[in-house]
Design a protein. Structure first.
Length: 162
């Protein structure tokens, strides 16, 4: 399976970089199977950094990763996914440690909904509304590699300048 990492940095060897903000699944090396999403993100990163060139780092994910890694995969956007994302965004996550987390992206369009959910007094009542609004967006996937063991399952194919 091919995975893409859009950025302004050449990652011949992928590594976990400390983010400057809280992310969906916490600190890790973020990739996606959606080439368009990664390409768009490369442009965003380049503009934010005001340096470099938009690059698409393309990796092959070794097939045996599911047998070798502790993987958390969200098959659907549901309350469990919503709580997991919010705990990471609020930096309050205290659950299991995973090598690889796979699930939908809470993109910039979903942030107002996530913010409303995080601030809701009764999350159980607000969750169906939040999930309805989030599922209306075209959410793509993200594969987040949380440690060096997980990163060892990525093999660089090529880096393309966009």
């Amino acid at each position: 399976m091919l995975l893409y990492h859009g950025t302004n940095i050449r990652f011949e060897i992928p590594k976990i970089v400390t983010p400057n903000r809280a992310l969906d699944f916490g600190m890790g090396f973020y990739t996606t199977s959606d080439k368009e999403q990664a390409s768009d993100w490369a442009g965003v990163v380049m503009k934010r950094a005001n340096s470099g060139k938009a690059l698409l780092n393309i990796y092959e994910l070794k097939e045996n990763y599911m047998q070798k890694l502790n993987v958390r995969k969200f098959e659907t956007v549901n309350k469990e996914w919503l709580d997991f994302i919010c705990e990471h965004r609020l930096e309050t996550y205290k659950g299991d440690n995973y090598d690889l987390i796979i699930g939908a992206v809470a993109n910039d369009r979903t942030m107002p909904v996530l913010q409303g959910y995080m601030n809701a007094k009764n999350k159980d009542l607000y969750a169906p509304v939040a999930l309805d609004e989030i599922q209306a967006d075209r959410l793509t996937d993200q594969y987040v590699f949380k440690n060096d063991l997980a990163l060892s399952f990525l093999q660089l194919r090529e880096i393309i300048e966009l």
